[in-house]
Write a new protein. Sequence first.
Length: 240
Amino acid sequence: MNLSQTISTARLWVESFFNLIFPDVCTVCQRTLVNGENVMCLDCRLSLPLTGMHRIQPNEIHERLFMIGHPVKRATSLFYYYRENEYARLIHDTKYRSRPIVGRTLAAEHATELDACGFFDGIDALVPVPLHFFKRLQRGYNQATEIAEGISSVTGIPVADTLSASFHRSQTRKNAHQRLLNTRNIYRVEDISLITDRHILLVDDVITTGATMLSCIEAIKKASPTSEISIYSLAITRLH
């Protein structure tokens, strides 16, 4: 077992221990969950700002990526992300608060709906947007991989963790132009055989300007020009 696997296993044990000691609460409103509720209470689920983008192809993700340089085949996000909104906790917990189970669960539930409407038809592999090695070591996991694993648990599509990232500064407080410059040429494909002549689904937690996705697409297309690319994220910000 390598260091990365050891850290992931330890994290899962810690997560399971805390779930036993502390009762589950709604990630959004903090109310104690009742039987049958998972991650969110029913009231918060009913108010989740869903995008419904899987029903509209092409949609605003296509437009966002096309504006900065690349078309994709299919694209969807589960919900709209507003930084000051209470639903932002779904992303914050997944990403920063050592609760990847939130992202895995939401992705698996969404995948059930998407699978029924054919969104995953023809997709050969799920490719998570990577973290730099030291950031992943610090966090203990890559949230995009956790989301991809949630999708895989429903669809059976394999996760191909084949992209790697060189160091770059955080995107959090950068504008659109700065994000685009900050992510240029930082990703590369480690195992071309996992993507060659395949239809892959790029997976991430949040799409903002689309700069990160664009950089990943460029790396994939450089390594395998014949690969088809679709996009999935848990959330997407509003540009306007």
